[in-house]
Every structure is written in C-alpha cells, then in structure tokens.
Design a protein around this ligand. Structure first.
Ligand SMILES: Cc1cc2nc3c(=O)[nH]c(=O)nc-3n(C[C@H](O)[C@H](O)[C@H](O)COP(=O)(O)OP(=O)(O)OC[C@H]3O[C@@H](n4cnc5c(N)ncnc54)[C@H](O)[C@@H]3O)c2cc1C
Length: 436
C-alpha cells in the first residue's frame, strides 16, 4: 500500500548508490523527492562490488522488491564448500622473498617460519551470504528502475546552498539555475561539495586524505583464469597476503569474469590530481616483483590495468545542520578493505528514509537529521577506521600482530562480525526513540 503523501519536499544531491537508495526509500515513505545529478546520466565506474549481509538486509528494508532484483544479478562462490566463504586468505609470496623484502624495511624482524606461497592463513565466512558481488553497472540499473522518470534532474552540479527565512533551502547549480526545497541530503561522493558547504571550506575534516594505499583493478575472462590457476582457485574468492600489499580476486557476472584488485603501499602523498589513472602492465608487474606464482599469473592476465589512489575522510564532527544533511561517501568515505563502504551508504539510506517517513511536517526534519546523525555517525566512522586497520593486517603492517600467522588468523576470523551481524532494526528503534 502506498504511504500517505508528506507535506514537504526533499532534494537528494548525487545519484550514486547512496543517493538512489535514499530516493527509493523516501518515495516508499510517501516523501516527494527530486534527485539532482551532476552527470548527464546515472553511471558507475569500476567493475565489481561486494556486499555484506548487513548491506543486503538494509537494501531489502528500503524496498522489499530489491531482493528479487538483486538475486537476478548476484554472483557468489560456485563451489559448495565455499558458499559461505567471504575470502580464503593465503600467503601470496615465498618465505625467501618475504625475508629479503622484510629485511630491507624492518631489519630487526626475522621470518623464522618456512612460509609457502599459497599457504592458507584463514577462511573467513560471512553467514549465508559468503562472497556476494554485483557488477556495479548492473546493480545501478536495478536501483534506477525503481525511480520514476520525473525524479532525476541531470546536468545539475550543485555549487551552493542558501538557507532562506522560514527554513527552506535554495540550491544553486553550476548551470546558473536554482531550486528551492524543504531539505537537502548531499550524497555527492568522496569529493563532496555538500560536505564542504556543511563543515565550512577550511574545516580540517573537509578534504579526503590519501591513505598510503593504491590499487590496480582489472578483469579477466573466467575461462582464461581457470586455465592458468585451476578451477577451485580461479572461480572462488581469494585474498593473497604479502609484504606491504595484497591481491584479491572474486567472481562477477555470474562467474563469467574474475574481478581483480591488487593493492600496494606508498609513502607520502598520492601526487596526482586524478585518482584513477590508466597504467602500463609492466609497471604493475614491476610493483609485484618477488611475489608468488599465482599472484604473478593473475597480474599478467590483466591487459589494461587502471590504478586507483585510495582516499578516506577524517571524521566529520556532524552529518547535519538544520535541514541539510550528508550521506554515504560524502559523509564517511572509506577505503575498500572490508568491502563495506557502499553498504554503509545503504544503511544510512534505510535509517534516514524511515526517520523522515515518520515525521509529518517540514519543521520536524531537523529532528530526524539529529537522530540520523546520532545513530549513523559512530558506526560509519568506525568502518572508516577499521578498514584502514584491516589493510595493515593483510599486509603485515600491524605491529601488534607482526608476522605471527596464528594471531593474524584469529583477528581475521572475528573482525568483520560487528559490521555484518548488526541488527539495523534495533538501530532504527533507537533512532526513533531519540527523535521522539
Ligand atoms: C577501489 C574501490 C573498491 C570498492 N569496493 C567496494 C566493495 O566491494 N563494497 C562496498 O560496499 N564498497 C566498496 N567501495 C566503496 C563504494 O564504492 C562507495 O562507498 C560507494 O560507491 C559510495 O556511494 P555514494 O553514492 O555515496 O557516492 P558515489 O558513488 O561517489 O556517487 C556520488 C554521485 O554524486 C554525483 N555528484 C558529485 N558531485 C556532485 C554535485 N556537486 N552535484 C550533483 N551531483 C554530484 C556524482 O556524479 C555521483 O553520481 C569501493 C571503493 C573503491 C574506491
């Protein structure tokens, strides 16, 4: 049954996963929405995206029909004994090479074990979901299908917001046009304009910071990957751990393609205005000198790698001011090391759309934003922090674990539970209580 129409209007700025999920959630709650997108159409860059059980539950709460839609495009591990595996963690280089590299950066730490390339470190399971991934463009399509044609306005790059007397907001766009609304939610991604408008241009938390990690991304036809690596290794998700780097692979497009993300560490700044750059294959291969057989086989199959500088946000002191809020990467951009960034945007959209769905006048919007901020900020910012920490574990940069594989295994097996198993309905209940 359609919800009763609310007597106020919400502007969503940015039509990525966060903005689209919010728009769908608000529409289901009877809120009229306009979505302003800077680009000329909806689009996603990159290939695969993994979703944890928490993100899938939040999606279904936003719109129950999304489950049937995502099931048509989801890919998971095909082997029966790998269905619940998120990643199989293993060493990605031989101990002799490891010792040499380790000695060059940390001469005091000696590798005493005889580590084998491919040696198992941990099998991390994610409930019934396991490794569940989508092709980004296909996932965006199922969201777009739920948004009526008159909701999105394209070519609308937001540049400024003015608070008007009486509480309404006026948005100014780069094309010289303006629009008024009762509330604005900025979902405009990691380089967010709305974040700068909310916090102030000179606030220390405005700009994203380089995390000291970058990643090569590539796609390999699964048949070719199987020929090189064997069925089990190629078709199921793997994470190869190594010295200041890690490489992960997982199947996408119903197993037709192997998605590869290969991470490395870099001291200092990223050093380029662009965060995504095309890269020569030989440069990538040089970056992994000394790595093991499977890693080198995987990388040499990538024909045209892109390299991505990885940035995240310092913690914002607030996600709202009066009738203006931020959501998704605009609020808490994270590194991808827990596969949880977009999932946090979906959780934000679930909680915020339900809170707004509960109020009955524009005067109450600030109250909804306040409860959203109180409930969502601690969890989403913890994801940003633990994501950085996770990379340090995968790359043996965590001093408390060193190269003790038993300690590494123990932390890997438990460290994602708080993200995946959290009860979002309980969070919503607490947020509703705060709002009342
Ligand atoms: C390499 C990599 C791998 C990742 N893998 C995963 C993963 O496996 N699982 C996971 O959960 N997350 C992953 N993430 C994180 C995930 O991609 C993001 O968290 C998610 O896409 C954020 O969605 P968003 O809607 O908040 O922002 P975005 O997707 O960035 O969307 C922002 C939108 O706003 C528009 N926009 C920008 N500025 C303006 C403006 N001024 N006015 C109007 N519109 C504007 C943009 O055009 C865009 O459409 C990964 C990230 C990276 C970098």
């Amino acid at each position: 049954m359609a919800a009763e129409k609310k007597p106020f209007h919400v502007a969503v700025v940015g039509g990525g996963i966060g903005g689209l999920c919010l728009a769908i959630g608000l529409l289901r709650q009877g809120v009229s929405v306009t979505l302003y997108e800077a680009a000329s159409e909806f689009k996603e860059i990159g290939a695969g995206i993994g979703f944890g059980p928490n993100a899938l539950r939040a999606l279904e709460q936003i719109d129950p029909s999304l489950r049937a839609s995502y099931e048509t495009i989801q890919t998971s591990n095909p082997s029966p004994n790998r269905k619940s595996t998120w990643f199989q963690f293993q060493l990605g280089m031989k101990s002799q090479n490891w010792s040499k590299l380790q000695a060059s950066t940390n001469p005091t730490e000696k590798i005493t074990e005889t580590w084998q390339d491919g040696q198992k470190v941990a099998t991390v399971t994610a409930g019934k979901t396991g490794q569940l991934s989508f092709h980004r463009a296909h996932f965006l399509d199922i969201l777009v299908a739920l948004v009526p044609k008159d909701v999105p306005k394209f070519g609308k790059k937001l540049v400024d917001i003015e608070e008007l007397e009486g509480g309404k907001l006026e948005m100014k766009f780069a094309d010289g046009t303006t629009a008024q609304t009762d509330a604005v939610v900025g979902c405009d991604g990691v380089k967010s304009r709305t974040r700068a408008l909310l916090l102030g241009p000179d606030h220390p938390a405005v700009s994203p910071r380089f995390t000291g990690k970058y990643a090569y991304r590539g796609l390999i036809p699964m048949e070719q990957a199987v020929e090189a690596l064997g069925d089990e290794v190629a078709r199921n998700s793997q994470l190869y751990m190594g010295h200041h780097g890690h490489v992960l692979t997982f199947p996408i497009e119903k197993g037709k393609t192997m998605n590869v993300v290969a991470f490395r560490s870099k001291e200092g700044e990223w050093g380029d205005e662009k965060w995504v750059l095309p890269m020569e294959r030989w440069v990538m291969l040089r970056d992994y000198e000394g790595w093991g057989e499977n890693v080198m086989k995987i990388l040499s199959m990538i024909k045209r790698p892109d390299v991505w500088g990885l940035f995240d946000h310092p913690h914002a002191p607030t996600y709202y001011r009066k009738r203006f809020a931020i959501l998704g990467d605009a609020a808490h951009a994270s590194t991808p090391h827990q596969g949880a960034g977009a999932g946090q945007a979906v959780e934000d959209a679930f909680i915020l759309s339900r809170l707004i769905g509960k109020i009955s006048s524009a005067d109450e919007i600030e109250k909804a934003f306040k409860a959203y901020d109180a409930i969502r900020r601690p969890r989403s910012q913890k994801v940003v922090e633990t994501s950085r920490d996770a990379a340090a574990v995968y790359e043996f940069e965590d001093d408390s674990l060193g190269t003790d594989l038993e300690k590494v295994r123990a932390t890997l097996e438990i460290r994602y539970k708080w993200i995946w198993d959290e009860d979002m309905n309980e969070h919503l209940r607490q947020a509703m209580e705060l709002m009342d």
